[in-house]
Design a protein around this ligand. Structure first.
Ligand SMILES: Nc1ncnc2c1ncn2[C@@H]1O[C@H](COP(=O)(O)OP(=O)(O)OP(=O)(O)O)[C@@H](O)[C@H]1O
Length: 310
């Protein structure tokens, strides 16, 4: 694992992937990479093709075209070899209800290659539940067990489906901490999520899918920046800036002025900031407060998905 992580080669390289269900192209030509020590978020509306893509990568479905390489192993040529390098925690992977946590971990260890099963149970805070049947676990305990099972065989690539779904905020926070530890160990993680706060917190990059294609990719911050970054600029001065000067500062941006408060929106707000600095440098007017608002990742993705669907 460490050697693979150190090599810098992608842990996942998907190229030109197509997956059809009948006449529907659920995945219509997708390229995707995950590097060692990177968490990539897979976002998109219901039906965008995320599950179909993940099922192909996890070896649960056969693509109609394209290639998948996991830590350098071509999944088309060596599906079993590729599958061993990829740990998967899907929502649809049910836990065996009547088996205990320890029995489940032992069973997966037999199926996927030996592991320090007691160590894994401890590490995921499940030692107190080792003898409990899976059907009695809470949502958070189930998620932790699913992640522990995905790690059996020490795969360098992990695929997680909605990892924080249904968890209360404190437990979700702990769980996110666990995921970050896995990233620091050099693993690559691909996370499908509808939770944009989760994506913004965890992901180094996000890939947005719509209608089977990738419509945007980049770091959460870069996507917001590309989409215009600043959406509103609120400036309070003392005394108020005269109307005519305020209009010059606004340029092509909208301006709402109420005494000492000016709110600029809708134009090139970086240019507004520059003109504001220049205009006030020579006037006897002080800036009392300045606040910026940026687009949320959520608003941005809703807009992108609408654009791609329309
Ligand atoms: N087994 C199937 N048979 C027919 N069509 C399918 C099948 N599985 C998925 N599809 C279709 O493929 C498209 C992509 O579905 P997919 O489940 O991959 O999307 P998704 O992004 O995972 O959605 P969600 O967020 O709702 O889970 C949808 O139009 C869906 O109806």
């Amino acid at each position: 694992m460490a050697r693979l992580a150190d090599s810098g080669a992608p842990l996942l390289a998907v190229a030109g992937l197509v997956k059809r269900h009948g006449t529907t192209a659920a995945v219509a030509g997708v390229d995707l990479m995950v590097a060692p020590g990177e968490i990539v978020g897979l976002l998109g509306a219901n039906g965008a093709g995320k599950t179909s893509l993940i099922e192909c990568i996890a070896g649960l479905a056969t693509p109609d075209a394209g290639t998948i390489r996991i830590a350098g192993v071509d999944a088309g040529a060596d599906p079993r070899g590729a599958r061993r390098l990829c740990g998967v925690a899907l929502q649809s992977t049910g836990l065996p209800p009547r088996l205990t946590v320890a029995e489940t971990v032992a069973l997966f260890a037999v199926l996927h290659g030996g592991a320090d099963t007691d160590g894994l149970i401890d590490r995921f805070g499940l030692a107190g539940k080792a003898g409990a049947r899976c059907e009695t676990l809470s949502g958070g305990q189930r998620q932790r067990l699913a992640l522990a099972l995905a790690l059996i065989g020490d795969p360098p690539l992990l695929i997680l489906d909605e990892p924080g779904a249904g968890l209360d905020p404190a437990i979700r926070d702990d769980f996110h901490g666990l995921i970050e530890t896995l990233r620091s160990s050099g693993r690559g993680l691909l996370i499908a999520t509808h939770d944009l706060a989760e994506a913004a917190r965890l992901c180094d990059r996000v890939v947005v899918m719509a209608a089977g294609r990738v419509v945007a990719a980049g770091s959460p911050g870069a996507l917001i920046e590309d989409a215009g970054g600043l959406v509103r600029l609120r400036v309070r001065t003392r005394p108020a800036v005269p109307d005519t000067v305020a209009a010059e500062i606004a340029g092509d941006a909208r301006l709402a002025q109420d005494g000492e408060l000016m709110v600029f929106s809708g134009g090139d707000l970086r240019a507004v900031l520059a003109r504001l600095g220049a205009a006030l440098a020579t006037a006897d007017i002080a800036i009392v407060d300045i606040a910026t608002e940026t687009a949320s990742l959520e608003a941005l993705i809703v807009a992108m998905v609408r654009r791609a669907d329309g």
